[in-house]
Design a protein around this ligand. Structure first.
Ligand code: PLP
Length: 350
């Protein structure tokens, strides 16, 4: 990855600034006085959303279209591609599985295995996956899919554009829940879809205008402010997560973190990721013990979601009934790794 991600996060939208303000202005107007070639209405376009798309497109190395949530980006992409068949990976965000299966029941498409995919179908990838951080080989998937004229979509929410060059690996569509690391402060929902060439992004944008699925001004503004520090945050979160994963593994617990040599995707992750991310999962003996451990944590907050500056721990079965009973997912924030390890040690020792 040769792009200067630190500088792009700060300046990729400079040319789109309409005022001399150093910080992007917060302009809530939904309509604009008619001018030759000017903006007309908020559902079509807005400075802040376009600036956010410019930054995320530059970081990902493609053309970005913003949505009001990660799931809206997922739905926008799949409805645009309109595949006859979709294959999901073994471990996938439960909301994506619910969307794909609900639409399958309504006859929109069929869920099949990867081997059954043919031209025009969708091979859905999520790497690292939620919650087990399983790794998919992006280059191998893109090559295999291209040979069969299958369209690839990768959810790279856990990796962000900082840790993984998903489009560079040959994937057709990348989606992120910007609600997570990209906005980074647990205060703005959003999603983004990114394509290598301009044409599919333009088609997504046109459909988004018809659907009315453009993100709001405040959310775009908060996400733009958050993304300025994305590279710094993600690198520190990865460093702390690696230390926490080692601590938990040394305590004898099964740990799901691609930075550990015991993780099934470690060798692929070494090749395709710059660091291994700020999310990991580990397992204790039972659902009761998992609930008790999470309840005893004091620095971590017991909550779902991930990618924010504050550390969260979740007994995953509360949100995802398909998760292993004793699985605890943690999202590492910006507190010191020492205080987070100390918190886990105390909660596990009791
Ligand atoms: N993709 C992944 C990997 C997620 O973890 C999530 C949310 O947790 C989503 C997509 C959906 O994002 P949102 O909650 O912003 O709709």
């Amino acid at each position: 990855m040769n792009r200067d991600l630190f500088t792009l996060a700060l300046h990729a939208d400079d040319a789109l600034a309409e005022l001399p303000d150093v910080a992007p202005p917060l302009r809530p107007s939904t309509t604009f006085e008619f001018e030759e070639d000017g903006r007309t209405y908020r559902r079509m376009s807005h400075e802040t959303t376009e600036r956010l798309e410019a930054v995320l497109g530059a970081l990902e190395g493609g053309h970005a279209v913003a949505y009001p949530s990660g799931m809206a980006a997922v739905a926008g992409v799949l409805r645009q591609i309109r595949p006859r068949r979709i294959a999901l990976p073994e471990d996938v965000y439960h909301g994506v599985a619910a969307f794909v299966r609900t639409e399958a029941e309504r006859g929109s498409w069929q869920e099949v295995s990867v081997d059954e995919l043919g031209p025009g179908d969708v091979w859905w990838v999520e790497t690292p996956s939620n919650p087990k951080c399983l790794i998919t080989d992006l280059e191998a998937t893109a090559r295999n899919a291209a040979a069969r004229r299958v369209t690839t979509v990768a959810d790279a929410t856990f990796a962000t554009p900082i840790l993984q060059d998903t489009l560079g690996a040959g994937i057709d569509y990348v989606v992120h829940a910007t609600t997570k690391f990209i906005a980074g402060h647990s205060d703005a929902m959003g999603g983004i879809a990114v394509t290598a060439t301009a044409e599919p992004a333009a088609a997504l944008r046109e459909a988004r205008t018809l659907d009315g699925a453009i993100p709001g001004t405040l959310e775009s503004w908060l996400t733009l402010r958050g993304v300025r520090t994305l590279p710094l945050r993600v690198l520190r979160q990865s460093e702390s997560a690696a230390r926490i994963a080692s601590f938990l593994a040394e305590a004898g617990l099964p740990v799901w973190y691609p930075g550990l040599s015991t993780h099934p995707g470690h060798n692929i992750a070494l090749r395709q990721m710059r660091e291994f991310g700020g999310v990991l999962s580990f397992e204790v003996d039972s659902a009761q013990r998992a609930a008790a451990v999470v309840a005893r944590l004091e620095v971590f907050t017991s909550a779902t979601s991930l990618g924010g500056v504050e550390s969260l721990a979740e007994h995953r079965q509360r949100s995802d009934p398909g998760a292993p009973p004793g699985l605890i997912r943690i999202s590492v924030g910006l507190e010191s790794a020492d205080s987070l390890i100390g918190d886990l040690r105390t909660a596990l020792d009791q």
